[in-house]
Design a protein around this ligand. Structure first.
Ligand SMILES: NC(=O)c1ccc[n+]([C@@H]2O[C@H](COP(=O)([O-])OP(=O)(O)OC[C@H]3O[C@@H](n4cnc5c(N)ncnc54)[C@H](O)[C@@H]3O)[C@@H](O)[C@H]2O)c1
Ligand SMILES: [Zn+2]
Length: 364
């Protein structure tokens, strides 16, 4: 078991990376004195896999636990689902010491966090991330959100959890595509700040893809540490540091938008985005050729895409230009100068971006 502290004064909390069981978690919750009444928010699929076991472990230590379900879809990050769940909570809330548990991937985590942030102006919550993406990224940092029909994450709050409990065993039931998509974010951490993590993936990718516990533990620990440090130094995305987490995401988001969020998963889109960004950096004379090769190769060995097929390139470029990272006529992007180091720049010729995107995307 590893423990990482996210130090944010009175909003500090531990990230526990474990491969134990929910009994150990329940004991930790008793120690933290979060409350005696838990509401577990989860989705249909994760409920079937893990909710009952969690409920039993809590009950054993005299913590009552209600389970509330949301549909298994990004659509659960909606105002209507929010109102449904928050109404149910208020209807059963006769107790004073209520806390929430997000049991699921990033969708459940973002929704639960937002409910916790707003119900009675804020009640405690913990994150039990069950996807690799949620363990290495979304469960850490206190960004909570709902979507609007006009865009993702348009409603939200910064509201830190009291604990992140990342259990390696919980992600074993994920389909391999979900694992690979989570790995794209891990590769991102390697490129932005951690040469050692990048090298570790290059060397141990087979064990990682085989879901070997010690390899998964290593990458989850390294990634959580990076996310925690960035959040500690830029909790509300005001100093610019958190921006480096957007590496690969500007082009990735445009691709997701153009593909209608349908045939491309987020991790796949950002893999292509990272490859494009690396090629832009190389063409600008910033990233050496051998480093670019390593970036392209790591996507290959993890079976992550390096190019997109059947996309409407005009739609990708259109989405790119509409993106909020297009500031005062300048395109802001995060580019690598070597593996383990990126910088934010606004001096990228648009023609170069267009050329690279066209090269990496085949039209329908
Ligand atoms: N708050 C943040 O900082 C932040 C950061 C990145 C992403 N996000 C958000 O996270 C969401 C994406 O998260 P995600 O990729 O975890 O998606 P998700 O929550 O939709 O989960 C992906 C799929 O895996 C299933 N699943 C979850 N755990 C499982 C398990 N253990 N075994 C089998 N199946 C399981 C889910 O039911 C779902 O079908 C997006 O809404 C995104 O906006 C938030
Ligand atoms: Zn991402």
């Amino acid at each position: 078991m590893h423990q990482i502290k996210v130090s944010l004064n009175n909003r500090s909390y531990p990230i526990i990376i474990a491969d134990d069981n929910f009994e150990a978690l329940a004991k930790k919750l008793v120690q933290l004195r979060l409350g005696t009444d838990a509401v577990i928010i989860t989705n249909t699929r994760v409920r079937r896999l893990y909710a009952r076991e969690l409920q039993n472990a809590l009950n054993t230590l005299n913590i009552s636990a209600h389970i509330f379900n949301v549909p298994d879809s990004e659509k659960s990050k909606s105002i209507s689902e929010y109102v449904k769940i928050i109404s149910k909570i208020s209807a059963m809330d006769t107790k004073k010491r209520l806390f929430l548990i997000a049991l699921g991937g990033g969708v459940v985590g973002d929704l639960t966090g937002f409910i916790a942030a707003t119900y009675k102006r804020g009640i405690p919550y913990i994150q039990i991330p069950t996807t690799l993406l949620a363990q290495v990224d979304s469960a850490i940092g206190g960004k909570t959100a709902l979507d609007l029909p006009s865009g993702k994450n348009l409603i939200g709050a910064f509201y830190q959890p009291k604990l992140v409990y990342s259990n390696i065993n919980l992600i074993k039931s994920l389909p391999s595509r979900q694992i690979r998509c989570g790995l794209a974010e891990v590769v991102k951490y390697g490129i932005i700040v951690d040469t050692k993590l990048f090298g570790y993936i290059e060397k141990n990718y087979k064990k990682i893809l085989d879901l070997d516990n010690s390899s998964l533990g290593y990458i989850i620990n390294a990634s959580s540490l990076i996310k925690a440090k960035i959040v500690e130094n830029d909790e509300r995305e005001t100093t610019g540091l958190r921006t480096i987490l957007n590496f690969g995401h500007t082009i990735g988001h445009s691709l997701e938008t153009a593909a209608g969020y349908s045939n491309l998963d987020h991790g796949e889109a950002i893999s292509i985005g990272m490859v494009c960004s690396a090629e832009i950096a190389h063409a600008m004379g910033i990233l050496p050729a051998d480093e670019l090769k390593r970036i392209i190769k790591i996507m290959k060995i993890l079976n992550l895409p390096q190019e997109a097929k059947k996309v409407d390139i005009k739609a990708v470029l259109g989405a790119f230009l509409r993106d909020k990272k297009f500031i005062n006529g300048h395109i802001r992007m995060v580019l690598p100068s070597r593996i383990g180091h990126v910088f934010v720049t606004e001096n990228i010729p648009y023609n170069l971006i267009k050329k690279v995107i066209k090269k990496r995307m085949a039209p329908a």
